[in-house]
Design a protein around this ligand. Structure first.
Ligand SMILES: [Zn+2]
Length: 257
């Protein structure tokens, strides 16, 4: 089946894995139903190169921010740099920011500190956030409750209960190819409690390729497989779901339709 109007709300086309195939891949997704892409920043270089992508490809948007993996390299000047970048027209969010206690690449105290600084920045700039949370649910929820940002918890793979708590804060949930994995039972329960108007579709490409491409380089058009799985759970038409998720992304990131 082929679909149109796909909004990939979380991608990394400036990732190393796309280096030699970036242009042909972006042409490929454009020809295969992808109408918009939000390229997420992880550190300063990827925040700058994400902005470059939006200049080269009119259907691209981007976010800027420091991922918890990189929290250790935070310097105070980053705040000003991020604020300046955030003033650019196609920069629609601060992210991805958050906590990652799976890899613990940076000490947890440092991760929290850098997360909080960027939550405050988003608040000051009235921008939504893109949250990365891995094995850090309690601490992430605590900070979301404290700062009450707008935005999305991306690559959501938690329980229905955690989903409900995030939804009650008014945030969106971003679902990736993880919903197609064999061990996806828990996240499918979360999908069930997520209202259609609070759900975003994303790839997190080049990572998280859905079944049957698991482990391969993921591209935004593969969102179709994620959408098919979610549509089946929600008992809705796949193209309708893609259209709703597209509209949700526009609303979540304040992008005029
Ligand atoms: Zn990501």
């Amino acid at each position: 089946m082929s679909y149109h109007n796909i909004f990939d709300s979380h991608a990394h086309y400036n990732d190393e894995r796309f280096r030699s195939i970036q242009e042909e891949t972006i042409r490929h997704i454009r020809e295969n139903g992808v109408a918009a892409v939000l390229n997420a920043g992880c550190d300063m270089p990827s925040s700058y190169s994400g902005l470059e992508l939006t200049r080269r490809y009119p259907f691209f948007y981007c976010s800027v921010g420091i991922h918890p993996h990189d929290a250790e390299n935070w310097s105070e000047s980053n705040l000003e740099e991020l604020a300046a970048l955030a003033g650019e027209e196609k920069v629609v969010a601060i992210g991805e920011i958050g906590l990652d206690y799976h890899y613990d690449f940076s000490p947890r105290g440092r991760q929290k500190e850098v997360f909080e600084k960027q939550l405050l920045l988003a608040q000051e700039l009235s921008l939504p956030v893109i949250i990365h949370s891995r094995e850090a649910t309690a601490d992430t929820l605590e900070l979301l409750r404290r700062y009450r940002p707008k935005g999305v918890v991306h690559c959501f793979s938690g329980s229905a209960q955690t989903a409900s708590e995030i939804l009650s804060l008014g945030m969106y949930l971003g679902y990736t190819g993880v919903v197609t994995f064999n061990n996806a039972k828990k996240v499918l329960e979360a999908v069930k409690v997520t209202p259609l108007d609070r759900l975003l579709l994303e790839t997190d490409c080049p990572y998280m390729a859905p079944v049957p491409y698991r482990g391969k380089t993921c591209t935004s058009d593969m969102i179709a497989l994620t959408a098919e799985k979610i549509a089946q759970i929600k008992e809705t038409d796949v193209q309708d779901l893609i259209d709703i998720a597209n509209r949700n992304a526009h609303i979540c990131f304040g992008i005029p339709e």
